[in-house]
Design a protein. Structure first.
Ligand SMILES: [Fe+2]
Ligand SMILES: [Fe+2]
Length: 500
């Protein structure tokens, strides 16, 4: 079992991409980001200076740029070293490293624009922390939030002579506190953009109290001035959330990253493909919800992204929308397979993986959800129609003609969905044929073993330990999902239910 803390920080972006970054790439990206920010910092200083001062560009200005660059480089490298040693290894991947430093760059530009053209007191201090928590992981978000605020205050002290240490520290503390609370909330699987705004407003109000109270206690400000400080802190936090909402879809789109918000939106039963599934293939819809919920629990058990597994489970069978009545869960008496030969039946059945893949791609849903729909049957055979065909002929049947020809699962999430799908469908088919924990364990173990023995997990990194944890999870939850409801009988004289 993985370390519990590690499990809490799983990003909803699926497996790490394998393009590892080399140290020279890290040095290049850190140096260039720091230098660009250093230059922008100085350039914005110029724009607010009188024209004659711009002409008197001196070596001091170059020194200022270098100081800012050096400070930022130290902070950024410290951040990378920290993230490496706490194994938040998402940033060892090229795409995620570029995402992180793009966020940092955008954050600094926004800070500099605010401090030069609006007010230093309403700078969105938590923008980078919130964006990196949502797009990468909460651990990265928390550390980015702390490091970037420290870097900004250091630069401000050096370049602008900001010497009120007490108020600087108070603002820093409230910015960091606000960021941490908001980032912690991003781990909630129930998080939606609207709820996030609500939590943001409440946290902003609390964060605003810190500078106000320190201002009064340190006898630097009267109640009115301290109140203004507090109000500015409140506005700053709200601006962080507003800008985060603005930039998040842009980053989601550019870097193709799934945030908890995106996953929560696509697993909403109001999502277009989910609604179509519910209306056109209600039996498959019900099965998919069960698979999604089981996949979510299994993902938690082995430290994969729960939200992603749930979404993948919800969408794994959407391809059945094209021929809903050919799938037993949608049939109401009439079975269209009775009217076609087994070869046609199996073609229709096996096409649902490719159909689902195409539908998900067309709907602009995350690639990994499309891949899971494509891979969830691997290369398994459709035994029912294989045996049916065999009964109709004396000749040997080619098993490959009665098998799925899709890729085998390439990710742990796809393997989880394959197992959850098989177990859900098989135990439902037994219709109460098993009831004790021992029977459930034996049956579920045999289903997982059959997939494993057939080599269905040979293209993904799932381990025997993962399979054992998945088995434990399913054995624990399946009986509870299949439990019989207790029937109530109401007597005429007494409206209290009587257990039968
Ligand atoms: Fe399927
Ligand atoms: Fe299924």
């Amino acid at each position: 079992m993985k370390d519990k803390n590690e499990l809490k920080f799983q990003s909803p972006n699926g497996p790490d991409v394998k393009a590892k970054t080399e140290t020279p790439f890290k040095i290049a990206i850190v140096t260039s980001t720091a230098l660009v920010i250093g230059c922008i910092t100085k350039a914005l200083h110029f724009t607010v200076k009188a024209a004659e001062e711009i002409i008197s560009f001196s070596l001091t200005d170059v020194a200022d740029v270098l100081i800012v660059t050096a400070i930022l480089m130290v902070v950024f490298f410290t951040l990378l070293v920290y993230l490496r040693f706490v194994k938040a290894d998402k940033v060892s991947d090229k795409k995620h490293l570029i995402t992180l430093f793009s966020i940092i760059l955008v954050d600094f530009v926004v800070r500099l624009l605010f401090s030069n053209f609006i007010s230093v007191f309403v700078i969105p201090f938590s923008l980078a922390g919130l964006l990196s928590a949502l797009l990468l992981s909460r651990r990265i978000g928390m550390m980015t939030n702390i490091f970037i605020n420290i870097a900004f205050f250091l630069n401000n002290v050096l370049l602008n002579g900001y010497t009120d240490a007490a108020m600087g520290a108070a603002t820093l503390v409230s910015a960091i506190m606000f960021g941490i609370v908001m980032i912690a909330y991003t781990g909630k699987s129930s998080a939606t953009r609207v709820r996030y705004m609500g939590v943001g407003v409440c946290t902003s109000a609390v964060a605003a109290i810190i500078p106000a109270v320190i201002g009064i206690l340190s006898n630097r400000y009267g109640i009115i001035d301290a109140g203004m400080y507090g109000f500015c802190g409140f506005v700053s936090a709200l601006v962080s959330i507003a800008l985060m909402s603005l930039f998040l879809p842009v980053f989601e789109f550019i870097f193709k990253i799934n945030t908890v918000f995106r996953l929560s939106e696509i697993t909403s039963l109001e999502a277009p493909l989910m609604r179509r599934l519910a209306e056109e293939a209600p039996g498959t819809f019900s099965h998919s919800l069960m698979v999604g919920n089981l996949a979510e629990l299994c993902a938690i058990a082995i430290g994969e992204s729960a939200q992603l597994a749930k979404a993948a489970g919800y969408y794994h069978d959407v391809g059945k929308i094209n021929n809903p009545t050919f799938f037993i869960e949608n049939q109401k008496g009439y079975n269209p397979h009775d009217d076609v030969i087994p070869e046609i039946s199996v073609k229709i059945i096996t096409s649902h993986t490719e159909d689902g893949y195409q539908m998900i791609k067309k709907s602009n849903l995350p690639d990994i959800i499309a891949d899971v729909a494509h891979e969830h049957h691997g290369t398994t055979s459709v035994n029912y129609f294989l045996y049916k065909a065999q009964k109709l002929t004396e000749e040997d049947i080619d098993q490959s003609e009665f098998s799925y020809t899709d890729p085998k699962p390439t990710t742990k999430i796809a393997a989880i969905v394959m197992i959850a799908d098989t177990v859900e469908a098989a135990t439902r088919a037994l219709a109460g044929g098993i009831s004790t924990d021992k029977e459930y364990r034996s049956y579920i173990r045999s289903l997982i073993k059959a997939k494993s023995d057939a080599g269905q997990f040979s293209n993904c990194e799932i381990t025997f330990n993962d399979l054992r944890l998945i088995e434990d999870t399913l054995v624990y939850f399946m009986p509870q999902m299949h439990h019989q409801r207790i029937r109530y009988e109401f007597s005429k004289s007494n409206t209290k239910g009587v257990l039968r």
